[in-house]
Design a binder for this molecule. Structure first.
Ligand SMILES: Cc1ncc(COP(=O)(O)O)c(C=O)c1O
Length: 371
């Protein structure tokens, strides 16, 4: 069996260190807001050259809290891609705003020309989604946000470590939102998320929002009290166990990403003379291949053939957002979402994770070459 993804080999390599440190921290009595969390926040912003960073409970929470920090009004609109993950949209709706969907290009990334066409008086935010591990065209998106005075929240859940013009994602907009869901580039063995931001006032507000709205930064404030809420917040903590795992794994992240890129190159090399549409890397980008997503009109048949050979695949994602019953009445869009809708019928993600063997990729390619 070739798994689509598995954390087991990685876990066995790290197990001794993880269990030793988790035991040490729990024995000390650190469950929440201890040194592991403080160190992880420092390690993350140092590694990704961000100004401020706050760890939260998940990538979905990172998006929701960033949106809540903006105090959006009822009816305000947020522009994002129609082929994104469900949580991008649920975060927008749960913040009280309305998602306005825009189509993507051949690279699966939001089309900046279409963003500009979707802007109206109610537009407040753009959420570019760096899907599959590749950054959106941030120069064009920043130009639009400056022209119309819009906030940018980057959805970096699938692209930690990716670069655009040599700069890490998460540093282009007002906020960068990351996920540590286990399959992600930096995954923990549970849930986790992170927000990067440039402004101190956003940093302070987000720190309150993740902890019931309680003031935890300004200890001189007369309201600095564990049981006094300054505003209505959420419970979105990254616990010490997850922080410990992430501190161990963030040291190895460059190695994990290099392996992903190396494996992706094997796919690209072996499949270049086939009818399969391969992922493209745009000029100026460093693609980190969270997913290796191909396209083929006979996608469903390919899934079956690979399944018979005991090769797992995944469709990420099989429905454009506007096609889901939950969102039909909540999302707006003008213009066609043709690419998002048609790609959902022909895309297929192949196995790719750092522990996957080169020989396994060659087996997959040999099957695909015969199609
Ligand atoms: C593009 C995108 N945004 C947001 C999220 C939400 O992250 P989490 O699962 O950590 O809540 C995900 C995770 O699947 C994602 O892929």
């Amino acid at each position: 069996m070739i798994n689509f993804w598995s954390y087991k080999k990685e876990y066995y390599k790290l197990k001794k260190e993880i269990l030793f440190k988790v035991d040490k921290n729990l024995s000390k009595g650190d469950i929440f807001f201890g040194n592991e969390l403080i160190n992880f926040e420092k390690n993350f912003i140092k590694k990704y050259k961000s100004d401020y960073g706050i760890a939260v409970g998940s990538g979905t929470d990172a998006l929701l809290i960033s949106l809540k920090a903006l105090n959006l009004k009822k009816g305000d609109e947020v522009i994002t891609a129609a082929n994104t993950a469900i949580p991008t949209i649920s975060a927008i709706i749960n913040s009280g705003a309305i998602p306005r969907l825009v189509d993507v290009g051949e690279d699966y990334l939001i089309d900046p020309l279409k963003i500009e066409k979707a802007i109206n008086k109610k537009t407040k935010v753009i959420i570019p989604v760096h899907l599959y591990g590749q950054a959106c065209d941030m120069d064009k998106i920043k130009k639009i946000s400056n022209k119309y005075k819009l906030i940018i929240i980057e959805d970096c859940a699938q692209a930690q470590g990716a670069k655009y013009k040599n700069k890490f994602v998460g540093n282009f907009g007002h906020f960068g939102c990351f996920s540590f869901y286990p399959t992600k580039i930096l995954g923990t063995y549970g849930d986790g998320g992170f927000i990067t931001t440039k402004r101190i006032e956003h940093y302070k507000k987000i720190k309150r929002l993740r902890f019931y709205g309680i003031e935890t930064v300004n200890k001189k404030s007369k309201y600095f009290n564990k049981y006094y809420a300054n505003e209505n917040g959420l419970n979105s903590r990254l616990d010490e166990i997850q922080s410990t795992i992430l501190n161990i794994k963030i040291k190895k992240i460059d190695n994990y990403i290099s392996k992903r890129i190396k494996l992706a190159k094997i796919y690209l090399n072996h499949l270049k003379n086939t009818k399969i549409v391969l992922p493209i890397t745009n000029k100026f980008n460093k693609h980190v291949y969270h997913l290796f997503t191909i396209r083929h009109p006979k996608r469903n048949k390919i899934v079956e053939i690979l399944k018979k050979k005991k090769i797992q695949t995944r469709i990420v994602y099989p429905y454009a957002i506007n096609k889901m019953i939950a969102y039909k009445k909540f999302c707006k869009y003008n213009g066609s979402l043709r690419n998002s809708e048609s790609f959902s019928k022909s895309i297929l993600s192949l196995p790719l994770y750092p522990e996957l063997k080169e020989s396994e990729i060659k087996i997959i390619c040999n099957v695909l070459k015969k199609i």
